[in-house]
Write a protein that binds this ligand. Structure first.
Ligand code: SAH
Length: 423
């Protein structure tokens, strides 16, 4: 038996869950020993829908969802520090960090891996969110823990395993599990080897000082496409946790009127934390509301620019250690998104601009929404940025005007950006 001090009983698959008592999980195994169809439980309708987008590349697309972005990006809070100065501070700390070729306030680290993760007998099962963090090198914290194999105690070497049995890392248990789990916070396992490795930035002084915001590349690009200017009235319809709103404030140097809406109480709390950390609270008006009815509930709104980054099926978000979705989720999401488009149209001044973005790849939630927007009265304008990502899928009048990112092609989140003008 490998992995534990004075181990007396077998590890095995029977695991101790936090509650109730004992549950079975599939035998832990490395991610590449799973078939992609075991990891991605998509119904027939959704598979067809994705085949319409990716055709013969469908399997490449699906497999690529288990890889993280090739580059791990942060966006510099330019109201606090210059990109060059932050670059120097991080390099002085030993990080290999670079300036993006196109967006000067974007810095990136190269994600390392895949690594070979040692396999031991004991394991800790964590939820999907925690598994996807550990997969990139994070430690295991109490709230993410779902269960333990029978011999896990302080000092054990363990595998960290997703609820589907995918091994995402290997590490050592740093405290008696009962104590940590009882307390409900703190580190249970220090991760020593993870499948991939991204820098751990939250412990840095520079993070605490609000010098940067971690953000996927296409998300950073979205606000660049919006091109917010000082003096404008800018509405972010689905703003929390504020990744894009805070970028708008930074690019306009706090000199635009930025009005941010979101519906979720919990995410708005996270938004306020982010505004506080970045020192941008005074530059944003934040409201909790259902943004599908902004034109009715806030009849005074007259925006020059609107950012619409609505909820979506997030099929492009990477890495995923597993996923489960149905085609009906896509359809529901599309119908919901249409309602925001209408409300976005009403709150814009004539000639105003709306940027629509999603972190998903379906035609329903992207091209079909743009078709709908044209019927509502929007005209599609070129997003610019010729040398990044790809243009839209073929077969639409506006194919050459919109941007798409594909995980298996660009090594980024799967993403869509369109620029619309109210006519
Ligand atoms: N733009 C954000 C991410 C937005 S994710 C960023 O860059 O950080 C989509 C957001 O839409 C979520 O925060 C969710 O709470 C919000 N949302 C969902 N339904 C909504 C509704 N009906 N009205 C307003 N916000 C909504």
């Amino acid at each position: 038996m490998r992995g534990c001090p004075s181990q007396d009983k077998g590890g095995g698959l029977k695991i101790r869950w936090r509650r109730p008592a004992w549950v079975q999980i599939p035998p832990p195994a490395p991610i590449d020993s799973f078939s992609i169809y075991d990891l991605f439980k998509y119904d027939e309708g959704l598979i067809e829908c994705l085949r319409r987008v990716y055709g013969k590349d469908f399997n490449d697309f699906l497999r690529s969802l288990t890889s993280p972005p090739r580059r791990y990006y942060i966006r510099v809070n330019t109201l606090r520090i210059n990109p060059g100065d932050l670059l120097d501070l991080l390099r002085d700390k030993g990080f290999r960090v670079y300036v993006d070729e196109v967006i000067e306030e974007a810095l990136y680290f190269v994600v390392e891996g895949p690594f070979k993760v040692p396999i031991v007998d004991e394991f800790v099962v964590v939820d999907k969110f925690a598994a996807e963090s550990v997969y990139l090198g994070a430690n295991v914290y109490a709230p993410g823990v779902l269960g333990l194999s029978s011999g896990v105690r302080k000092g054990c070497e363990v595998n960290i395993v997703s609820p589907k049995g995918v091994i995402v890392g290997y590490g050592v248990v740093v405290e008696e599990p009962d104590k940590v789990l009882e307390r409900g916070r703190g580190i249970l396992v220090k991760t020593l080897v993870s499948y991939y490795k991204a820098p751990k930035l939250h412990e840095l002084e520079e993070y605490r000082l609000g010098y940067f915001y971690e953000q996927a590349y296409p998300s950073i690009l979205t606000v660049r496409v919006l091109n917010p200017l000082p003096g404008e009235v800018i509405v972010d319809m689905c703003a929390a946790p504020g990744g894009k709103t805070t970028h708008i404030v930074e690019l306009t140097k706090g000199k635009a009127r930025v009005i941010a809406f979101d519906h979720s109480k919990k995410k708005l709390e996270k938004f306020r934390d982010n505004l506080r950390r970045l020192g941008l609270e005074e530059f944003v008006e934040v409201y909790r509301t259902d943004s599908r009815y902004l034109h009715l509930d806030y009849p005074w709104l007259k925006a020059d620019k609107v950012l619409l980054d609505p909820p979506c099926t997030a099929l492009g978000v990477i890495p995923k250690v597993h996923d489960e979705k149905r085609y009906i989720d896509v359809v529901n999401s599309r119908e919901y998104q249409k309602q925001f488009i209408k409300s976005g149209y009403h709150i814009l001044k004539p000639g105003g601009i709306l940027v629509y973005s999603t972190c998903t790849v379906t035609i329903e939630e992207n091209e079909e929404i743009i078709d709908f927007a044209r019927k509502v009265g929007f005209k599609v304008i070129d997003v610019g940025f010729e040398n990044v990502g790809s243009r839209g899928l073929e077969g639409y009048e506006f194919s050459d005007l919109v941007l798409r990112f594909h995980p298996h092609v660009h090594g980024t989140t799967g993403y869509f950006i369109a620029l619309l003008k109210k006519t």
